[in-house]
Every structure is written in structure tokens, then in C-alpha cells.
Design a protein around this ligand. Structure first.
Ligand SMILES: Cc1cc2nc3c(=O)[nH]c(=O)nc-3n(C[C@H](O)[C@H](O)[C@H](O)COP(=O)(O)OP(=O)(O)OC[C@H]3O[C@@H](n4cnc5c(N)ncnc54)[C@H](O)[C@@H]3O)c2cc1C
Length: 462
């Protein structure tokens, strides 16, 4: 019997998993393997929240594999070396895996070619990837709306079910499922429940109701107004094909206004793929501005201000609430992400890269493509970005999206007794909102002028 390694990466599920399903269908023995990396302590692109979610999701995957007659083999070290070693130990002649959307994952895939094993690489993380969505002239899209129109017109891949059984050889050596301690990290507090089952429940709950109001509620940061599926899509606990197909199915039977809500949601799923294709065609966005005209601009802010932004002590309640939500839960609402990103880049004039890195270290859903896209969008340097001169005012944003201060009071308990109208303007009397809460660290109007001047040094004629 032929033996195949299935290399799990960001596809930690057994339902509608393209490469795993294909391997199982060949009738081969399948060795499901996850190779944990060996870094310790601080990491540029990840942190405790995401690693904790990963550990829980791996444990759940092991349980799911056991329920179909298999188990997860965990190895530690360099992925290519470990896969080569495991292939030798098990007599495997092939490796199946789902392709990674980012350049780091891709670089590892390229090294597999040297192993002399059959490689089965599948598309799985996106409905459409790489060169599948192009303009009539065969070029990649730089702007979202025409991209999304072209995306919607393409035929969609089929959804497969849950794998029923897997034959895995006995006696293959593996390590225990990793824990946070393996990376030198301390457990955190309030992340979402990891694992495929929990993710499926979140999807089910969203489709059963909230999707109908998504178009109306999604910009309000208080409470749960969005699907909260981002970490599940990041780790592949859900298949994006299935999420899309289920939304379409639900949308079909809804009255017009609610159907529009579901379509707004689908549009967000397309943003995710828009940013994947930006990263695929322009991997340099990780190092520099997407828009060439801003490359080399000197960000004039004082880097010592970064710490106050990271600790949620800027004196702007909406910004501080958002950062505290992030630090405590590994999640931040999308509207809040835009507000804090604009604040860092336009009120503090600090390079978006500082925020990009901090988000990657804190977010459970940290996704290199979407995070870079979101940061460059907010900074005004990205693909189809907000123009640099459209600078959101954090006070009016508060008035519009958190008029009763529900979000602010949830994350800043020290402001619980302050009337909400005081959150939507700087304190007129120069007194703080509550003992110990700081005064606003900048004057927004002054900061705005400074930012416009900074951008104008490179955007002359814009
Ligand atoms: C500065 C900044 C950084 C961001 N960093 C990330 C990140 O690291 N990882 C990440 O998944 N999203 C990121 N986003 C996009 C968005 O904020 C999150 O996807 C969303 O808040 C996740 O919550 P949800 O699952 O409830 O989203 P919903 O509103 O329910 O959306 C459903 C799904 O669509 C996708 N999506 C929604 N909005 C966007 C968007 N603007 N761009 C790309 N995909 C989107 C996500 O996969 C999300 O789970 C970022 C946005 C900004 C402005």
C-alpha cells in the first residue's frame, strides 16, 4: 500500500479539506503531520493569542483524526527536514498539502521540490487564488470593486464533506501536541474557543440570524455585530468554499433587504481574497508601500509615542478601548481597527509597519495579507486605499459608531460612570475624564495639518 504524508499547516480540519480529501480518496495510507516551529520568545509575526489558538486547534484536530481511525503526528523543527525524516521512517513516497498564501509558506513549499518525493499541492485557502481573477487584459486588479465583480462571475469549486475514515500506519513516532510553553509564551486570557467544532458552531449561529442584519450592524463595535469567523478562516478550521456556499444558500431564501446584508458579508470574504492576490502579485508590499509615490516618505512622528498607543493610554477613549480589547482578547472589531490604524498613522505620524507588526503579535486572526492590506489601506499607501487626505476624526467616529459609549465602557471600566457625550469631544475644561485616565496625547486638528504636510512632501500634484 502506498503511503502519503499529509502536511497540515493552516487547514486544521477534516471537513472539506482539499488535499487531505484527495489523499484519502487514493486509498493510500495517510500520515497526518504537523511540524511545530522551534523559535522561542518574541516573534515578529505572531504572539501568545494566536499560538494558544493554534495549540487548541491542533489538540482538537488530533481528536477529530482519532474519531476517523487516525491521529496527528507532531514533529518539531525545520518543516522540510522533518518531512524528509518522516518519509524515510514511514516509507512514504508522496507529500500532500494545501498551498500557503504568503511568501514565507511558499518558500518552504519550494524547498520540498528537492526531496525527490511526489508533491500534491492544492488550492484550499481561497475560493480563487493567484492568477485566477484577472482583468480582460490579463493583468491583476489593483482596485477592489472590479476585482469583486470578476470574482463573483467565476464558477465556484465544489464543497466536499467530512472525511469518514483514514488509514494511518501504527507505530509512527510523534511528539505531544505543542503547548504555549514550547514557544516560551505564557497563556493568555480570553481568546475564542479553538478547534473545528467550535468554528462550525460559530458559522451555524451566524447563518441562523445575525447575517440578516450584518449590513446594518457590522460597523458598530459594541457587542457581537460580525461573524467572528476570522481566526477560523485563518487556521482553516472552516473551508472558505463551504462558508461562501452556505452564505449563498441562506441568502437565496431571504427577503431583499436581508439578502443585501448577506451580500455585504460575502463582499467581505472577497476582500480577504483581494488582499491574498495583492500579496501574490506584489509580495514587496510586506517591505514597502504599495503605492510607489509614498515610498521613502519620512514619517515624522515620535516613536516614543508608540508605547501609549500599544497600552491603550492615548486619552482618546475609542482608541484606548480598541487596543484594550485587542490586548485582552486577541480580537479587535474592524471599524475599531480602522480607527486605531488611522490614529497611529495620521494622528501620531508613525509608520504603518509599527502597527502592522503589533497587530500580528496580538491578533488571533493575524493574517499577513489582510493585515498588511488593512494597514496600508488606513495609512493611505495601499491598494485601493483611503486617500491620504481623508483623515478620520476619532471624536466624530466615536459619535457615529459608539454614541452611547457601550464599547468604550466595556473596555475602559475606569470610564463606566462618565456620560457618553464626553467621549465624542476632547475635554473642554482640560480635566481628565476620570482619575488616572490620561488627557488626549495630541490635538487632532493640529496632528491632521502635520500629517497633510508630511504626505504633501511626496504627493505633490495629487
Ligand atoms: C488595520 C487592519 C488590520 C486587519 N488585520 C486583519 C488580519 O490580520 N486578519 C484578518 O482576518 N483580517 C484583518 N482585518 C480585516 C477585518 O478587520 C477582520 O477580518 C474582521 O474584523 C474580522 O472579524 P469578523 O470575522 O467578525 O469579520 P466579518 O465582518 O464577519 O467578516 C467576515 C470575514 O471576511 C473577512 N474580512 C472582513 N473584512 C475584511 C477586510 N477588510 N479585509 C480582509 N478580509 C476581511 C475575514 O476573513 C472575516 O472573518 C484588518 C483590518 C484592518 C483595518
Amino acid at each position: 500500500m502506498k503511503t502519503v504524508l499529509h502536511w497540515f499547516r493552516r487547514d486544521l480540519r477534516i471537513t472539506d479539506n482539499t488535499a487531505l480529501d484527495a489523499a484519502a480518496r487514493t486509498g493510500a495510507a495517510v500520515v497526518p503531520v504537523y511540524v511545530a516551529s522551534e523559535w522561542k520568545g518574541a516573534h515578529r509575526w505572531t504572539g501568545a493569542h494566536r499560538q494558544e489558538f493554534l495549540c487548541g486547534s491542533l489538540a482538537a484536530l488530533d481528536g477529530n483524526l482519532r474519531s476517523i481511525g487516525s491521529r496527528l503526528i507532531v514533529r518539531r523543527g525545520d518543516a522540510v527536514e522533518e518531512l524528509a525524516r518522516l518519509a524515510r521512517e514511514t516509507g512514504a513516497t508522496a507529500i500532500s498539502f494545501n498551498r500557503d498564501p504568503d511568501p514565507f509558506g511558499r518558500a518552504v513549499e519550494e524547498r520540498l521540490a528537492g526531496l525527490g518525493l511526489e508533491l500534491h499541492a492544492c488550492k484550499d485557502h481561497a475560493v480563487h487564488e493567484r492568477d485566477e481573477v484577472l482583468t480582460g487584459e490579463g493583468n491583476p486588479f489593483r482596485v477592489f470593486t472590479p476585482y469583486s465583480r470578476a470574482w463573483l462571475k467565476l464558477a465556484k469549486p465544489a464543497v466536499r464533506g467530512r472525511i469518514k475514515s483514514l488509514t494511518t500506519p501504527q507505530g509512527v513516532a510523534g511528539d505531544p501536541v505543542p503547548t504555549l510553553a514550547d514557544w516560551g509564551l505564557a497563556p493568555h486570557r480570553r481568546i475564542m474557543e479553538p478547534g473545528e467544532r467550535a468554528a462550525r458552531e460559530r458559522l451555524k449561529a451566524f447563518l441562523a440570524g445575525p447575517i440578516r442584519r450584518y449590513g446594518l450592524d457590522r460597523d458598530l463595535p459594541a457587542g457581537q455585530t460580525t461573524s467572528r469567523l476570522s481566526q477560523d478562516l485563518r487556521f482553516g478550521l472552516l473551508s472558505i468554499r463551504e462558508v461562501y456556499a452556505r452564505c449563498e444558500e441562506v441568502a437565496r431564501d431571504l427577503p431583499a433587504a436581508e439578502r443585501k446584508s448577506a451580500q455585504t458579508f460575502i463582499n467581505e470574504l472577497i476582500w480577504r481574497e483581494f488582499y491574498f492576490q495583492i500579496l501574490w502579485h506584489w509580495p514587496e508590499v510586506l517591505e514597502q508601500d504599495f503605492s510607489p509615490k509614498f515610498r521613502g516618505m519620512r514619517w515624522v512622528g515620535d516613536e516614543r509615542n508608540l508605547e501609549r498607543w500599544k497600552t491603550g493610554t492615548t486619552g482618546f477613549p475609542i482608541v484606548d478601548a480598541a487596543i484594550r480589547q485587542l490586548n485582552e482578547t486577541g480580537f479587535m472589531h474592524n471599524r475599531a481597527r480602522m480607527i486605531v490604524a488611522m490614529f497611529l498613522t495620521k494622528d501620531l505620524q508613525l509608520h504603518w509597519r509599527h502597527g502592522e507588526q503589533y497587530f500580528m503579535q496580538q491578533l488571533t486572526d493575524g493574517e499577513i495579507a489582510s493585515n498588511n492590506g488593512g494597514w496600508q489601506w488606513s495609512a493611505g499607501t495601499g491598494a485601493d486605499a483611503a486617500p491620504y487626505f481623508r483623515i478620520q476624526n476619532p471624536w466624530t467616529q466615536t459619535q457615529r459608531y459608539d454614541p452611547e459609549g457601550r464599547y468604550i465602557k466595556e473596555w475602559l471600566p475606569e470610564l463606566r460612570d462618565v456620560p457618553a457625550d464626553r467621549f465624542a469631544k476632547p475635554p473642554a475644561d482640560g480635566r481628565t475624564l476620570a482619575p488616572g485616565y490620561p488627557l488626549p496625547m495630541v490635538d487632532h486638528a493640529v496632528a491632521r495639518d502635520r500629517t497633510l504636510a508630511m504626505f504633501k512632501t511626496v504627493a505633490a500634484g495629487d
